[in-house]
Design a protein around this ligand. Structure first.
Ligand SMILES: NC(=O)c1ccc[n+]([C@@H]2O[C@H](COP(=O)([O-])OP(=O)(O)OC[C@H]3O[C@@H](n4cnc5c(N)ncnc54)[C@H](O)[C@@H]3O)[C@@H](O)[C@H]2O)c1
Length: 254
């Protein structure tokens, strides 16, 4: 896989899957510009790479159009263009059936999990086109296909991310821009650990931390390597796909 010299914009890069991806790609020779909330963690990440100058972070609320544009402009200014985009930022509100979800919560979930992807793609597509093509990876979830009680807005947004990615793959093939989504299973990040606590623990959901189990909880680096494949030239014929990286979670009936 050739990642050397790839210029990558990653949202949600300060923590979890985004952070693991930023670190993995930088270690493989890519140049990474991260954007997202959790500024202290983001600054810490960037400071670890200050000498190598291969990983930068800009605190940005990507539900705000002006902050999307500023972050993308900063990345383009730093690298002189972009070759790949990874949309990782997301929120996971749980524990409410649809009738209990307020307009504010519904709109916030759509704004972070879906509209921010639309805006980041809108801002970065011209840069990918100018580079002669590129790759966009949008982080969806197994919730696009099969879900759990109490997450109506999250499940709706993740299914929409799959649909959006597939559609974009068609419109942008002409520009040699590949667009794929990832159906991610449970990963040991803040998001999952908080969710598991609310649901009564991993066992209550039939999930496991044991490495030899189907439907186990992944390490964030196991998602990062799948993302690395999709943005590399090794995936030159992969577009419009919703790639399952879930440890067999969706394969399981009971
Ligand atoms: N952890 C899992 O089990 C799991 C499973 C499937 C999919 N996912 C998806 O993976 C992605 C990353 O989640 P994670 O598990 O690493 O959790 P996480 O909470 O560590 O990461 C989410 C990131 O999104 C950023 N973010 C939230 N709101 C934002 C906003 N308005 N603007 C900019 N950035 C914002 C946060 O700062 C954070 O860095 C999410 O899209 C999530 O839905 C996670």
């Amino acid at each position: 896989m050739t990642l050397s010299g790839k210029r990558v914009f990653i949202t949600g890069a300060a923590t979890g899957i985004g952070r693991a991806t930023a670190e993995h790609l930088a270690a493989e020779g890519a140049r990474v510009f991260g954007a997202g909330l959790d500024g202290a963690e983001g600054a810490d990440l960037a400071s670890r790479h200050a000498r190598a100058k291969n990983l930068f972070f800009r605190e940005s609320d990507l539900t705000r159009e002006a902050e999307v544009q500023a972050a993308v402009a900063a990345a383009a200014g730093e690298f002189g263009g972009l070759d790949a985009v990874v949309n990782c930022a997301g929120i996971y509100p749980t524990g409410k059936r649809l009738e209990e979800v307020s307009d504010t919560e519904w709109e916030r979930t759509l704004a972070v999990n879906l509209t921010a992807i639309f805006r980041v793609c809108r801002a970065t597509l011209p840069l990918l086109r100018d580079a002669g093509g590129g790759s966009i990876v949008n982080i969806a979830s197994v919730h696009a296909e099969a879900t759990v009680p109490g997450v109506p807005a999250y499940a709706a947004t993740k299914a929409a991310v799959v649909g959006l990615s597939r559609q974009m793959a068609l419109d942008y093939a002409v520009d040699r821009i590949r667009v794929n989504s990832l159906l991610v299973g449970s990963v040991a990040t803040r998001m999952t650990l908080d969710g598991l606590e609310a649901a009564g623990g991993a066992e209550a959901l039939g999930l496991s931390f044991e490495p030899n189990r189907i439907a186990r909880i992944a390490n964030p680096s196991e998602i990062a390597t799948a993302i690395a494949f999709l943005i590399s030239d090794a995936a030159s014929f992969v577009t419009g796909s919703a790639m399952q990286v879930d440890g067999g979670l969706l394969a399981r009936l009971l």
